[in-house]
Design a protein around this ligand. Sequence first.
Ligand code: VGL
Ligand code: ZN
Length: 211
Amino acid sequence: MAMNLKNSALLIVDVQNDFLPRGALAVDHGEEIIPVINDLQEKFDFIVATQDFHPSAHGSFAANHEGKTPGEVIEWNGLAQILWPVHCVQGSEGAEFHEELNPIKWKAIFQKGKNPEVDSYSGFFDNARREDTGLGDFLQNEGIKNVFVTGLAQDYCVKFTALDSVSLGFQTYLITDATKAVNVKTEDGEKSLEEMHSAGVILIESSAILD
Ligand code: VGL
Ligand code: ZN
């Protein structure tokens, strides 16, 4: 029996070219989630996307720290920061949403990672939890109670978005076949599922909604 999707939002996190095969920070098999997300979109009236959207001088890029390479962890403005390849630069092809992802029903796009001094994995807050994107208030004002999270990457932006969603009081679901992990370390994807589950995120498969 299909779920009741009253007061529910579908959240599509960072399904952008740079996180897909051939992108700068490609997630293996990332493209497999696109048809799943497009099918899910038919079931939701309320859909919001997030977009990783960095200035080229962003401090999360290894290239902006002399002698550093992607994957290294540094202390940056008081936080541990993993350094990434240059990705999702404002105005670049890599920052665009994948062309097969259907944006027709999206109510809004929330951009993040625009402040060069702090990274922003979650669609709700930056990693220092200082700035708010407005997504939480937007969902609350629209009467949203249930948030269904999809997108890339499961062990970074999807995880932190889902954890913040729980912390803001939304009943939060992760649709496990509508996300893929980047797995900087092999077990990151598995660990992220455990972390989300123990924080109260409900793990479901798309079939719970589509069938
Ligand atoms: C992401 C690393 C850096 C993500 C964004 O969307 O998961 N990961 N920036
Ligand atoms: Zn980023």
